[in-house]
Design a protein around this ligand. Structure first.
Ligand SMILES: Cc1ncc(COP(=O)(O)O)c(C=O)c1O
Length: 400
């Protein structure tokens, strides 16, 4: 068994642990962190999990390059069988938006219609490595995720490619089209009504119970599964290579794994871009945490007293950018650290700008982006950087 990851609390996890064992036992923040590898690119491939494999933790743990490349190819072909195509480096181009030239990284045609499958494909590689290590006939633990949006679909596509059983925990009133797609993909959909006297999101609570009973956290949030950042970083690697001259990147933040992954990929790629984290005024727990972190004396202090920095947003979050309404920014510490080290900051967007940015972005680029997917552009419009700035945004999800 390879060595486990180190948690932000300092504890070293067991080699097979997806999350820190101390999580929930105290008021510290607990997120397993992946080591930062040296930049290394296989220029012969445009499949991100092959091109950047030497920077993937899964590749290190596999310890067998030719097996790894074959396995990525096999899994990618299976994903293509389910979703129509596999992974390719996604387009990144400059567009004139209003009077500005903006670099736009387009994830809308990626597997499952968003960047999220990068996280779940990366997790599946870890599962396949563990399965190989355990030997033929080893039992496959069930997979679990709490989501009713792009993350759930991304999990279901990748799970379906491996025919690996997945349960998706959804709220009582999920979007019908998403539920239909999840069922089409063979996922078990578990509806989670509110329970009297119970605090917190019932789908997340049921998900946690499933994980407690042995299911693998197969989602896109660092505290539940530190390895989810592994595949997510490929988006940062691509951006570092495709747009080496950008000086800032506006990233929409829900749970925060996207921004954490992209920032780490950019840092490994020696990008000079500052991270600007974007939320909407209907749900901005990260901007609040940024302020609280400064008040508490810095990130180290803040990490010791999580409940003084991060708590559920009230009232019930609402925005047209419905994919970034996580009432807590689970990966707040990694995103805060990245903003601080790159000279970035948070931006909170008024709701009218969310829809305006989506319209402007769609007409300037011709990309079928959703309001969640273009929320980074909304942040840029509000932030209004100097005219000579070289900004980038990520169009992370298609309008369904
Ligand atoms: C299209 C899209 N963009 C961005 C995000 C935000 O990602 P994260 O929750 O990792 O911050 C989401 C999350 O659901 C999403 O669906």
């Amino acid at each position: 068994m390879t060595q486990g990851l180190t948690c932000s609390c300092g504890a070293v996890a067991a080699g097979d642990a997806w999350a820190c064992a101390k999580r929930g036992g105290d008021d510290q923040d607990h997120v397993l962190a992946l080591p930062m590898p040296e930049w290394s690119v296989d220029e012969g491939s445009s499949q991100p999990f092959v091109r950047y494999r030497r920077m993937l933790r899964s590749w290190v743990e596999a310890g067998d390059d030719s097996w790894f490349v074959d396995e990525v190819g096999r899994l990618d072909a299976a994903v293509a069988g389910v979703d129509g195509h596999g992974f390719e480096v996604t387009p990144c181009s400059e567009f004139l938006v209003g009077e500005r030239i903006i670099t736009v990284k387009d994830e809308t045609d990626n597997v499952s219609g968003s960047h999220k499958a990068r996280h779940t494909f990366g997790l599946m590689l870890h599962l396949l490595i563990r399965q190989r290590r355990a030997g033929a006939g080893a039992e496959r633990p069930p997979l679990a995720i709490a989501s009713c949006g792009n993350a759930a679909v991304a999990a279901a596509v990748v799970a379906a490619a491996e025919r690996w059983p997945l349960t998706v925990y959804v709220p009582e009133d999920p979007e019908a089209a998403v539920v239909a797609r999840l069922r089409e993909l063979g996922a078990t959909v578990e509806f989670c009504p509110r329970v009297d006297g119970e605090e917190g999101d019932p789908s997340y609570l049921r998900f946690q119970e499933a994980v407690g009973a042995g299911a693998v956290p197969f989602g896109c949030q660092g505290p539940d599964n530190g390895y989810t950042i592994d595949g997510g970083r490929t988006l940062g690697y691509e951006l570092a290579e495709q747009a080496p001259d950008i000086d800032r990147v506006y990233v929409q933040v829900g749970g925060g794994a996207l921004a954490a992954s992209v920032a780490q990929g950019l840092a490994i790629g020696k990008s000079q871009a500052a991270l600007v984290a974007v939320q909407t005024e209907g749900c901005a727990p990260l901007a609040r945490a940024w302020k609280r972190t400064a008040e508490l004396g810095g990130l180290e202090e803040a990490r010791q007293q999580r409940s003084a920095v991060m708590w559920p947003w009230t009232p019930t979050p609402a925005s047209a950018a419905s994919g970034i309404l996580d009432d807590e920014t689970y990966d707040w510490a990694a995103v805060t650290e990245a903003m601080a080290t790159t000279g970035g900051h948070p931006v909170v967007v008024p709701e009218p700008v969310v829809t305006e940015a989506c319209e402007v972005g769609r007409s300037a680029t011709g990309i079928n982006v959703s309001p969640t997917g273009s929320a980074g552009l909304a942040g840029l419009l509000c932030d209004d950087p100097p005219a000579d700035a070289k900004p980038a945004v990520l169009f992370t999800g298609a309008q369904r």
